[in-house]
Design a protein around this ligand. Structure first.
Ligand code: XUL
Ligand code: CO
Length: 437
């Protein structure tokens, strides 16, 4: 039985198309900088939003119309949903998907039963992957939904919560491996605090490191070679999450000996919650050697929480793709739409509109970014701005030939610095606009 009987495969029709169920920019095989678009973008659908989002919010009940859902959740229902998911991925033409363990299969009365449920659905996921060619970008474990994690999982004050989380991640790693996942994500869930009076921060952060080391060790033991990612988010659900932003995460990874095993999964709306832009987070992470994957979405300028909207802003996608291209592109990572349709967009077709819009916005952003790079004007302007470092005292400092004493002598001899040049921010902004419109 088809879950989306009225929808056929979404095709590329070109920029002039007015067909809402077609791509205007995402032509998967079009070469950009010598590589097909699909390999630059590596789009992924987030199972938790697209297949499990109900439209419920703190003020109202579920709104989503999902004809394939039964009244009560069961393994059987989860299998029907998995088939619907793959029909969606295939019709959309998304090469990847991502999931939490609890998105795909219901919890049972015991851990053993829960694992059995997961195995039963994973078997179908594998079957559907083999049939369709759609792959798993990354797997993860939901360590925040169940009330046992009210104080956190790896950072809980309750050691049993840590132990349960360890058992859960062990299983999630096994399933991710079985499904050939290219990566595994740690997002902090409730790894943070609400109140410092009742919190032993040092102990909690130490425990988080112990937990991640256990995951890395177990992955090695079972031969899971996918990439681990750490996903920064500054707050929500706790008031302060330990994985606050890229800089905090990278410091943690380096301090606890995890830097060789874990890269970053950067999410747009998390970056803005941290008071950054996504391009800042990408630039920082990638320049430190931690570029991993991207959770593609956007927030709302007027709202201060994680609205997880689909990205349609061409400036945003251009900035992201400029960073991705600058640092050599994705290897194991991709663009995972960690985004949900609004609760008022309750029909199945809205899932298509949402993803088509996001994919087209990124395809256009990729093309603009490539055009900016091909001209090289922007790069040249930046290079020129730093030209004092290419020769003379700048080059000498960079090559380690100076110290405070030699620089004092240099300045005493010279007297005053070479006059500063204009930063030309407005010109830079205008130059970028040449490629956008
Ligand atoms: C939550 C969030 C998560 C992670 C995976 O804000 O982004 O969905 O991406 O746990
Ligand atoms: Co995310």
């Amino acid at each position: 039985m088809s879950a989306f009987p009225e929808i056929s495969k979404i095709r590329y029709e070109g920029p002039e198309s007015k067909n809402p169920l077609a791509f205007r920019h995402y032509d998967k095989n079009e070469l950009v900088e010598g590589k097909p678009m699909k390999d630059h973008l590596r789009f992924s659908v987030a199972y938790w939003h697209t297949m499990r989002g109900t439209g419920g919010d703190p003020f109202g009940a579920a709104t989503m119309l999902r004809p394939w859902e039964a009244a009560e959740d069961s393994v059987e229902n989860a299998i029907t949903r998995a088939r619907a998911a793959f029909e969606f991925f295939e019709k959309l033409g998304a090469p990847f998907y991502c999931f939490h363990d609890r998105d795909v299969a219901p919890e049972g009365a015991t851990l053993a039963e829960t694992n059995k449920n997961l195995d039963a659905v994973a078997k179908v996921l594998k079957e559907e992957q083999d049939r369709s060619g759609v792959k798993l970008l990354w797997g993860t474990a939901n360590l925040f939904g169940n009330p046992r994690y009210m104080h956190g999982a790896a950072t809980s004050c309750n050691a049993d919560a840590f132990a349960f989380a360890a058992a859960q991640v062990k299983k999630a790693l096994e399933v991710t491996k079985e499904l050939g996942g290219a990566g595994y994500v740690f997002w902090g869930g409730r790894e943070g605090y609400q109140c410092l009076w009742n919190t032993d921060m040092k102990r909690e952060v130490d425990h988080l490191a112990v937990f991640m080391h256990m995951a890395v060790d177990y992955a090695k033991k079972i031969g899971f070679t996918g990439q681990f990612y750490f996903e920064p988010k500054p707050k929500e659900p706790t008031k302060h999450q330990y994985d606050f932003d890229s800089a905090a995460c990278i410091n943690f990874l380096r301090a606890y000996g995890l830097a060789d095993h874990v890269k970053m999964n950067i999410e747009t709306n998390h970056a803005t919650l941290a008071g950054h832009s996504v391009e800042h987070e990408l630039d920082y992470a990638a320049s430190q050697g931690f570029l991993g994957s991207v959770d593609a979405n956007t927030g709302d300028m007027l709202l201060g929480w994680d609205t997880d909207q689909f990205p349609t802003d061409i400036y945003l996608t251009t900035k992201i793709m400029l960073m991705i291209l600058k640092y050599g592109g994705f290897s194991t990572g991709g663009l995972n739409f960690d985004a949900k349709v609004r609760r008022e967009s309750f029909e199945p077709v809205d899932l298509f509109h949402a993803h088509i819009g996001g994919m087209d916005a990124f395809a256009k952003g990729l093309k603009i970014a490539a055009a900016i790079r091909a001209d090289g004007v922007l790069d040249e302007m930046v290079r020129e701005r730093y030209s004092s470092w290419d020769a003379g005292v700048g080059a000498e400092i960079e090559s380690g030939r100076h110290d405070f004493e030699t620089l004092q002598k240099y300045m005493l001899d010279k007297g005053e610095i070479t006059p500063n040049a204009s930063g030309r921010q407005e010109l830079f902004e205008n130059v970028v606009n040449r490629y956008v419109f």
